[in-house]
Ligand binder design. Structure first.
Ligand SMILES: Nc1ncnc2c1ncn2[C@@H]1O[C@H](COP(=O)(O)OP(=O)(O)OP(=O)(O)O)[C@@H](O)[C@H]1O
Length: 123
């Protein structure tokens, strides 16, 4: 029983290690993620500059995490698609388009949230 619990904790620690590796690979090698991270840093700079409220910080950080997470999942889907079917294929193209569409939707709403937070402070 104790051994099982020990394995459980070790497996969870290993999972965190693999997840950290995945996050590092995304930020280090994926241009689309790098762009999103730069945008996130700029938005956080704006947050400090305009001294946004706690609620606005929560919404901004939620939005940033949502867009970067979906971008990461999109990257994983693209890699699976390229792995299982490296050549041109209508279905693979559709799968990639749908995954990219998810990123687009999250990004459009992120822009809207950004405008709601910052427009009143600028104009
Ligand atoms: N194997 C394929 N078969 C058919 N269409 C494809 C294939 N690979 C890519 N496409 C088409 O090209 C588009 C771009 O695919 P790609 O893999 O280059 O993604 P991307 O959005 O440019 O990714 P990233 O810039 O993040 O690497 C897809 O959305 C799809 O329409």
């Amino acid at each position: 029983m104790q051994n099982r619990e020990g394995n459980f904790i070790i497996n969870r620690i290993k999972s965190v290690k693999y997840a950290l590796k995945g996050a590092y690979l995304l930020v280090r090698f994926e241009p689309s993620i790098q762009v999103q991270v730069i945008i996130a840093i700029v938005m956080c700079g704006l947050g400090f500059y305009f001294n946004i409220s706690s609620t606005e910080w929560i919404l901004q950080l939620l939005t940033i995490s949502l867009v970067i997470s979906i971008e990461g999942i999109n990257t994983a889907i693209e890699k699976i698609a390229d792995f299982i079917h490296p050549n041109f294929n209508i279905s693979i193209g559709l799968i990639k388009d749908v995954a990219a569409g998810a990123v687009f939707i999250a990004s459009v709403f992120a822009v809207i949230i950004g405008l709601i937070i910052y427009l009143p402070k600028i104009i």
